[in-house]
Design a protein around this ligand. Structure first.
Ligand SMILES: [Zn+2]
Length: 198
């Protein structure tokens, strides 16, 4: 009889467990050395699923906390959900993000059609979380390697070897190296660790 494992992830306080992966191996009698443990491909796929699940759940929780208007407290409707790809240190994360209809509690000047300006706008609550579509960890890696080798080589190092991102434009490396991430190059740890306790 084959051995089988099922991996779930569950947020504390949330009753729903999400299936991440299942693994199968031959029984101990027929197993070979190549059946021992997880393969690199299996482990990477598990990390991808874990990252996607955590990120999507985080987006939903973050949205729920910010759904009510911060001025009047009115519940705001979701206009739609849109797919978005975020570059993370564990590769691309494909998630769905909500667009929330802005509240009309504050008087706004009418536009050319005499509609309140805010009526035409919606906001994405997670823009505050990942404003540039990539995590600070990816920005840090870009800036770190972009300062030591060519931008194209650094893009390949960060994308292929470190994060598994399928594409990373050399222009992104240049932007992170000479832009906002540049002054942080002196730090020795990635932003997630370096910012702890602030
Ligand atoms: Zn309001």
């Amino acid at each position: 009889m084959d051995l089988e494992w099922t991996v779930f992830v569950k947020r504390k306080g949330n009753s729903e467990a999400v299936l991440l992966a299942t693994f199968q191996r031959p029984s101990a009698v027929s197993a070979t050395a190549s059946d021992f443990g997880l393969s690199i491909a299996e482990a990477r796929q598990l990390l991808v699923e874990l990252q996607r699940s955590v990120a999507q759940d985080q987006i939903c929780a973050y949205d729920a906390r910010r759904r009510c208007c911060r001025h009047c407290g009115a519940y705001r409707q979701i206009k739609d959900w849109r797919p978005r790809t975020i570059a993370s240190g564990l590769g691309e994360v494909h998630v769905r993000v909500p667009r929330v209809v802005s509240c009309l509690c504050l008087p706004e000047p009418p536009d050319d059609d005499d509609e309140p300006v805010e009526l035409r706008y919606s906001e994405c609550p997670i823009d505050r979380l990942v404003p540039r579509g990539r995590t600070p960890e990816v920005s840090y890696l870009c800036a770190r390697h972009g300062s030591s080798v060519s931008y194209r080589s650094a893009a390949q190092i960060v994308a292929d070897d470190m994060t598994g991102l399928r594409t990373l434009c050399h222009a992104t490396l240049r932007k992170e190296t000479v832009g906002e991430s540049g002054p942080k190059l002196g730090q020795t740890e990635p932003p997630g660790k370096a910012d702890d306790g602030e």
